[in-house]
Design a protein around this ligand. Structure first.
Ligand SMILES: C[S@@+](CC[C@H](N)C(=O)[O-])C[C@H]1O[C@@H](n2cnc3c(N)ncnc32)[C@H](O)[C@@H]1O
Length: 220
């Protein structure tokens, strides 16, 4: 992480009141893809991490049983709560929590995150994906800044002083190692995309036994 959690939280506290006024075409495309792929049904509990002012959580709540949003910025959370109250949605709640400690231990069917995880280092993203896998969601939809090609700070969405995006390959490895399979990869542009991961097992690496040719599970 290029800045501390407190520094990131303070940065978003400062812009919380205007955050919803901005939003590039790519950000909107990414958010729409996250919402489309999450597609909860009326029995699903959704956990949205790095929820910000609630763009994803509030869009999913009308179709889900319950949506829980977590973020490190009190300012962003206050705005999300205000919007939830205005919308009259009663099945959505927001609170403090971070990727590697979401402070939520209920059942989760779908985890979403949009434009937030790129603040973590690659090792921290791995830890976060592993913590999320332990919650046993069936699906994790991650929209974020991620590199499909060579990182290019002169292009939008990547400011090396605050951001730490991963390559799509690093994220794919982290998902696979945590027991997910990628079922969709959506490239919004060279530095923004959406990955859809379905949980296939409780962790470990699948391998093929050299003698029998059968798949073996490499540990739980
Ligand atoms: C660019 S905003 C995106 C908000 C929202 N997901 C959206 O699509 O509009 C990034 C959010 O991630 C939050 N964030 C940054 N690091 C985080 C962490 N380690 N854990 C949880 N949230 C984090 C920030 O506070 C901020 O609200």
């Amino acid at each position: 992480m290029k800045k501390t959690l407190e520094e990131h939280a303070a940065r978003f506290d400062e812009i919380a009141s205007e955050y919803d006024d901005d939003g590039s075409e790519e950000y909107r495309a990414c958010a729409s893809l996250v919402i489309e792929h999450a597609a909860p049904d009326e029995e699903d509990v959704v956990l949205d991490l790095g929820a910000g002012t609630g763009a994803i959580a509030l869009a999913l709540a009308p179709d889900a049983a319950r949506v829980v949003g977590r973020d490190i910025s009190d300012g962003m959370l206050a705005k999300a709560e205000e919007k939830a109250a205005d919308s009259g949605l009663e099945n959505v709640e927001f609170g403090s929590g971070r990727f590697r400690d979401p402070d939520y231990d209920g059942a989760v069917d779908i985890v979403t995150s949009n434009f937030a995880m790129h603040h973590l280092s690659d090792e921290e993203k791995r830890e976060a994906i592993s913590v999320i896998a332990d919650l046993e969601p069936r699906t994790f939809v991650l929209g974020d800044v991620m590199f499909f090609g060579e990182p290019d700070p002169s292009e939008p969405f990547y400011s090396p002083e605050v951001d730490d995006p991963a390559t799509v390959g690093v994220l794919a490895d982290a998902f696979t190692d945590a027991g997910f399979s990628l079922t969709a990869v959506e490239r919004v542009n060279d530095q923004v995309g959406v990955l859809v991961a379905e949980r296939t097992q409780s962790g470990g690496i699948e391998a093929v036994d050299g003698e029998t040719g059968l798949e073996t599970s490499g540990g739980e």
